[in-house]
Structure formats: C-alpha cells, structure tokens
Design a protein around this ligand. Structure first.
Ligand code: ZN
Length: 226
C-alpha cells in the first residue's frame, strides 16, 4: 500500500475519500487488512503529510481510527476526545486538516457502549469531566423517543443519545466553522456522521447526515469510483 503524497491527495475527491474509508472498514471487519510497511511509511512521510480525511472520534481504547478504517501512517488525521465532543479546539484542528493540510472528508464517529455518553445520560458530575459531559447533555435532552429508564442502564437509550449526539456534532461543525461550512458547501470537503459497533467492528455511516456540496449528496456511495 502506497503512502499518500501531495499528488495522490489532490487527486482524491471527497466522495472517493468516503469510499476509501468505507472499504477500509470492510477490510478490517473481514480481517483482510492491507499489508503496510510502517517503517517505510515513516520514511515516506518524513518531509510532510497529505492525509485524505479527518476522523473525530472517542478516546475509547477500542475505537482507534487508523485500525478500524485500515489506514496507515499519513492517511488520516485522528482527533480523539471522550465522547467525540466538538469544541473550538476540535474545530480549529479540523480547519487545519482541511484548509491547510488538504484533507477531503470529515467523519464524526460515535460508538456503542460509550462511557462518556453513559456518563452524560446519568448526569455524572466529577471534576473536569463535568464540563466535557455538558457538551453531550443537549443530546440527552433532545432524545424524546424513549420515555422509560432514561439512564445508562438502558442500552436503547444510550444508543439513541449517541446517534443524536453524532448528528448534532455534524451540524455543529457546519454551523460553527465558517471555513469548513464554505468548503463543504462548495464541494471541496464532505462530512458525515457514523457509528462504530464495539461488538462487531462495523462502522455504520449515517447517510442522512452526509453533505458534499450545496445539495445533500444524493448518489449512492457505490456510484463513486476510486
Ligand atoms: Zn466513548
């Protein structure tokens, strides 16, 4: 597997970057990871990096973006915080990834059985964690479909809040970063929310959150060619 360089990165469209990530997770799930000489990739990237995508995900030890999308050194930016929360720092990192370093696609990746989401569901308060969980709380209140046992002991509630939190994070990026919004709306960059299942390794993309260009991206992912 070749390491990305400037030319390869500039030839990848947002739809193709999405496709590369989808295929990477399929390889991961099928245990068919590409062979990579990581030491060689260290050498390939010694003078710079040209990652095709940026993944915002949780710090959870089971959700390493490079592993679950079967990517190598220099392929993706990985921004990881408990609960995959969006903040000014995350927005700044994404703006760097896309505007300065040329990445073409953003994935906001939630995951099942997320401890941060569970903490927010239970209104946990503890030191600096309180402020972090407060960034998830709006999704807890916005979740209206489950009326009984709205706590972390109800997996359906935790899943519903996680789904909603991810959707709201995609929206927050579009609303709070004029740089990224402009790049997404003019088709230079794409964005989508997704969910990682810690029991199966499968990433399920939330197609309804996909935006590339000024219109919602309507073609099926299979239509993209790489
Ligand atoms: Zn988590």
């Amino acid at each position: 597997m070749k390491t990305l360089n400037k030319a390869a990165q500039s030839n990848i469209t947002p739809a193709q970057a999405y496709e590369l990530l989808r295929h990477g997770n399929e390889r991961f799930v099928d245990n068919l990871r590409l062979h990579r000489n990581l030491l060689e990739q260290v050498n390939d990237t010694r003078d710079g990096q040209w990652p095709m995508a940026a993944i915002v995900s949780c710090m959870d030890s089971r959700t390493s973006a490079e592993l679950i999308f079967d990517q190598g050194l220099g392929d993706i930016f990985s921004i990881r915080l408990a609960g995959a929360v969006i903040s000014d720092n995350v927005l700044g990192s994404l703006e760097y990834a896309c505007k300065v370093a040329g990445s073409k696609f953003i994935v906001v990746l939630g995951h099942s059985k997320c401890g941060a989401i569970k903490g927010a569901c239970d209104m946990v308060q503890m030191g600096n964690l309180t402020g972090l969980l407060n960034k998830i709380t709006p999704a807890v209140f916005a979740e209206k479909t489950i009326t009984e046992n709205r706590t972390s002991s109800n997996p359906a509630f935790v899943d519903a809040v996680t789904h909603l939190h991810t959707e709201r994070s995609v929206q927050a990026i579009l609303e709070q970063s004029h740089i990224l919004r402009e790049m997404i709306l003019n088709g230079e960059v794409g964005i989508i929310g997704a969910m990682y299942d810690v029991e199966t390794g499968v990433v399920t993309f939330q197609e309804e959150t996909l935006v590339i260009g000024s219109e919602k991206f309507n073609t099926t992912p299979e239509a993209a060619t790489v």
